[in-house]
Write a protein that binds this ligand. Structure first.
Ligand SMILES: CC(C)(COP(=O)(O)OP(=O)(O)OC[C@H]1O[C@@H](n2cnc3c(N)ncnc32)[C@H](O)[C@@H]1OP(=O)(O)O)[C@@H](O)C(=O)NCCC(=O)NCCS
Length: 178
């Protein structure tokens, strides 16, 4: 898919499937800016161009095998958002796990909601999931509100699970209502 979307603040972004020909520098910048910001995500180590290239190859292969939907949002040459839906392994292969990130200066303009909804729509078509879920760290209110607005409900909470800035935060599991 490839669509130009107008955000609430008037800016336009292109939302599209990840491609084998991604600009590795743009991908690295997107990932490393988020890692530097130290937001509520699991990844906390910056990536090199070689690592990102290998990662891209893996993502493209998973898309080809029908195990992944990965949408990117692009503004000019910048990647400013990404949302992926991937199948779990073996017996859980009809369980689909979602993850989403929007660059700091593109937040609050509706991009997260658009990316999440479009990823779910495509995942339903392409991955035929029986269950769609995601997780967030306890205090991540922007993420939780977005997920609740999209139809996710909390089903489990792992107390003091994820180390973050010298503390341990709950990890919350949410499932999409049918
Ligand atoms: C969570 C995240 C993806 C939201 O993306 P976004 O583009 O800012 O979200 P949107 O502008 O589409 O907002 C959609 C809804 O999310 C909620 N939301 C977004 N930002 C919020 C904030 N700062 N405070 C409270 N709710 C917020 C609201 O319900 C909002 O709907 P509304 O505008 O009708 O109130 C974004 O904040 C982000 O990437 N954060 C850093 C990485 C991260 O935490 N990823 C999720 C890991 S679980």
């Amino acid at each position: 898919m490839k669509e130009t979307i107008a955000l609430k603040d008037g800016r336009k972004v292109v939302v599209r499937d990840i491609s084998p020909n991604e600009d590795i520098r743009a991908l690295c910048k997107f990932a490393n800016d988020i890692i530097e910001e130290d937001v509520y995500i699991l990844v906390n180590k910056k990536v090199s161009a070689a690592e990102e290239k290998a990662w891209l190859k893996g993502q493209v292969e998973k898309v080809r095998k029908g195990a992944l939907v990965h949408l990117l949002a692009q503004s000019g040459r910048r990647i400013v958002g990404g949302c992926e839906a991937r199948t779990e392994r073996g017996r859980e292969s009809k369980n689909v796990f979602l993850g989403i990130i929007v660059s700091k200066d593109f937040r609050g303009a509706g991009l997260g909601e658009i990316l999440l909804k479009k990823t779910i729509e495509l995942a339903k078509k392409r991955l035929k999931p029986e269950l769609i879920y995601l997780t967030h760290m306890g205090p991540n209110d922007p993420a939780r509100r977005l997920y609740e607005k999209t139809g996710f409900r909390e089903v489990a909470r792992l107390p003091k699970w994820t180390p973050y800035r010298g503390k341990r935060l709950d990890r919350v599991y949410m499932v999409l209502k049918k």
